[in-house]
Write a protein that binds this ligand. Structure first.
Ligand code: ZN
Length: 291
């Protein structure tokens, strides 16, 4: 068995130019799950660029963003565009607005996540809507699953994809047991595949040059995980963590808790399909058995 592909410990340059329209500045928030940190993107070709996902709000990020603006030939930020409301994506908005002045902030509206950010006066960006600047048109694709408010963006001029947390540069994404939805996530992956994008700019990790191959790999990976869970379930009643200890045996233990969230999502999907049932109120710690 080959070593698992994980983001933990990976490093990337603080600033890098990934295409004539796309410059990345790292959010300075590395972690076991975020890998080198959040990729924050300056997009466009003119003096004014769009900023996708300004990280989680680390003080050291603002200087890195300025370095990124210089590298990109960007004089000002025209708007902030968010993939979703998780803290490592939306958390940096306030400090960027304070430093560079107020600009429109676009996001798929989702009150349970957005109510703590009322002061940002965010503009609702719905499926199919777009945000433009010179040299860049970002078309929003609503892709729930990892998060209910998740948007991916097609950069029309390149037909490339900003995948947010739906597809990562290395490893796979977490589908949270409470706010995520594996069924929606699988539908979102199919939808992204149908867009037939060229490259992927993920929210974490390196650029992916062959987008369709990566999306197919993600779909195959989820199907393989489901099969592994069906096999574990057939051994008799057990908790998601008992299954994680077997299926994720080769992964570092600090990734077992998040993996448990995704395994629980798979079990919830099997339950909806009439193939599993659970006993206990908390789905993550419940005992699951086959039907
Ligand atoms: Zn996220």
């Amino acid at each position: 068995m080959s070593a698992p592909q994980i983001m933990q410990g990976m490093t990337l340059p603080d600033v890098d130019v990934w295409s004539e329209r796309v410059t990345v500045a790292l959010g300075q928030n590395p972690s076991a799950f975020a890998g080198p940190g959040t990729n924050t993107y300056l997009v466009g070709t003119g003096p004014e660029r769009l900023l996708i996902d300004p990280g989680e709000g680390k003080d050291s990020y603002l200087g890195i963003l300025e370095d990124g603006m210089k590298a990109a030939g960007c004089e000002r930020i025209g708007a902030i565009v968010l993939t979703h409301g998780h803290p490592d994506h939306i958390g940096g908005v306030r400090s960027v607005l304070e430093r560079f002045g107020r600009v429109p902030v676009w996001k798929f509206s989702y009150p349970p996540f957005d109510e703590g950010y009322a002061d940002l006066e965010m503009i609702d960006l719905a499926d199919g809507g777009s945000v433009k600047t010179k040299g860049a048109t970002l078309r929003a694709v609503h892709t729930p699953g990892h998060a209910p408010d998740h948007l991916c963006f097609i950069l029309e001029e390149e037909r490339s994809l900003f995948s947010g947390d739906n597809v990562l540069g290395v490893g796979t994404t977490i589908i949270p047991a409470t706010s995520g939805d594996l069924g929606q996530y699988m539908d979102s992956l199919e939808r992204l595949l149908a867009e037939n994008p060229t490259a992927i700019y993920p929210a974490h990790g390196p650029k992916i040059e062959d987008a369709p191959a990566k999306i197919r790999e993600y779909i195959a990976h989820r199907n393989e995980r489901e099969q592994q869970i069906v096999v574990e379930l057939a051994k008799g009643p057990r908790t998601p963590m008992t299954m994680v200890k077997v299926i994720y045996a080769a992964y570092p233990e600090n990734l077992h808790a998040p993996a448990c969230q995704s395994v629980t999502q798979h079990l919830m999907k099997l339950e909806r399909e009439g193939r599993a049932q659970h006993r206990g109120d908390d789905l993550v710690t419940a005992t699951w058995s086959p039907i």
